[in-house]
Ligand binder design. Structure first.
Ligand SMILES: Cc1cc2nc3c(=O)[nH]c(=O)nc-3n(C[C@H](O)[C@H](O)[C@H](O)COP(=O)(O)OP(=O)(O)OC[C@H]3O[C@@H](n4cnc5c(N)ncnc54)[C@H](O)[C@@H]3O)c2cc1C
Length: 326
């Protein structure tokens, strides 16, 4: 009988992608409730496999083949198909990254299964695991149950589980498994960088995001100063990026990045659903908006109803004082 949860670990030349730890956190959390052991699979890189062995899981499978030195969907699908067959898990959990979106549907199809993708949460009820996904641009949540046949393939939206919730353990065993890989039809090129200053906001602990309330590009400096004082990154709602006030890689939301920093400060952002889906899993949300009815306040932990041009300079000075920067 199938059992256990297999968590997929993404890495870039051995550097583990932080959001992969969310797959570990999901597997540990739900595995505990389902009383299922957790195995992680790391394609290609031994150092990454050793790093993952520090987490509180039963074992790490290090899939080996020279064709796994660089990511390609063909090689990953072949490798993971064999690992899934060998481990025979009840569930395969992955974080909904670009790489996972690329190969996971192919992998699931090899088992005649669909992929329950971009889940925002999962709940154990009566011994069964149910998943929740956002549909219609985040306007509705759909509860999804698998047909029960293993393996069930699911991906979780970044932020559905926090990477710092992944518990460390006393050292899992690492098993190297040589996998066979057939024809690889893709030739990987150098990783694509959208812009020279491209930032990966998914890794930021603190984000200061600006919306249309900032009024002009010249005023961005106000938000920049607050972000600098907090050691955070600058982000924006879509109209700011559409206007080219900030590059597209700073956009948060359904057509931008999905982030889950420890602290998210929204300045002059109304809280349209397309923005909220990209940041609502942040640890603490602070909103400054002069409209007390702005929907951003529905999800904010702390809110200032007021003019950001008055509040932000004061906030920046106070942060600097506390940090001894003033
Ligand atoms: C298919 C689709 C995809 C989309 N994808 C995204 C996406 O990825 N990300 C995204 O953000 N949006 C997205 N949008 C757009 C989204 O619907 C909203 O239009 C957008 O998020 C609004 O941005 P905003 O909050 O900055 O502007 P507004 O909605 O105009 O809000 C500005 C806010 O600033 C406040 N304000 C004004 N002056 C001040 C002041 N002096 N001090 C304090 N507060 C002030 C106002 O009260 C208001 O609440 C998408 C839309 C569609 C249709």
């Amino acid at each position: 009988m199938s059992n256990g949860i297999l968590a997929f670990i993404e890495h870039k030349s051995g550097t583990v992608n932080k959001s992969s730890l969310e797959a570990i956190a999901a597997a540990q959390n739900l595995g505990e409730q389902l009383q299922q052991p957790v195995t992680a699979v790391v394609p290609g890189n031994e150092a990454a496999a050793q790093e993952i062995a520090q987490y509180d899981i039963a074992r790490v499978i290090h899939a080996t083949n020279a064709k796994l030195n660089e990511y390609t969907p063909d090689a990953y699908a072949d490798a993971l198909e064999q690992v899934v067959k060998q481990v025979d898990p009840a569930f395969v959990f992955m974080t909904h990254t670009y790489q996972v979106r690329d190969f996971a549907p192919k992998l699931a199809a090899r088992f005649g299964k669909s992929l329950i993708s971009d889940c925002i949460r999962a709940k154990v009820e009566g011994g069964n695991l149910g998943f929740t996904r956002r549909i219609f641009l985040g306007k509705l949540d759909a509860d999804v149950l698998s047909d029960g046949a293993a393996p069930v393939f699911a991906t979780f939206q970044t932020g559905a589980f926090r990477p710092d919730q992944a518990k460390k353990g006393s050292g899992a065993t690492v098993e190297s498994v040589a996998v066979e890989i057939g024809e690889v039809r893709m030739v990987p090129e150098a990783p694509f960088q959208e812009a020279k200053q491209a930032v990966d906001l998914t890794k930021a602990d603190v984000i200061v995001a600006v919306g249309r309330g900032i009024k002009s590009k010249d005023n961005l400096v106000l938000a920049e100063k607050l972000a600098d004082a907090l050691g955070g990154d600058l982000a924006a709602s879509r109209p700011i990026c559409d206007a080219d006030w900030l590059p597209i890689d700073r956009q948060i939301g359904s057509s931008g990045q999905t982030v889950a920093p420890k602290l998210y400060i929204a300045l002059g952002i109304s809280g349209a659903i397309q923005h909220l889906v990209g940041m609502k899993n942040s640890g603490t949300i602070v909103a400054i908006n002069k409209d007390p009815e702005a929907p951003i306040f529905d999800i904010a932990d702390y809110g200032i109803v007021g003019d950001l041009f008055e509040a932000v300079p004061v906030l920046t000075e106070e942060v600097k004082k506390i940090k001894g920067l003033a």
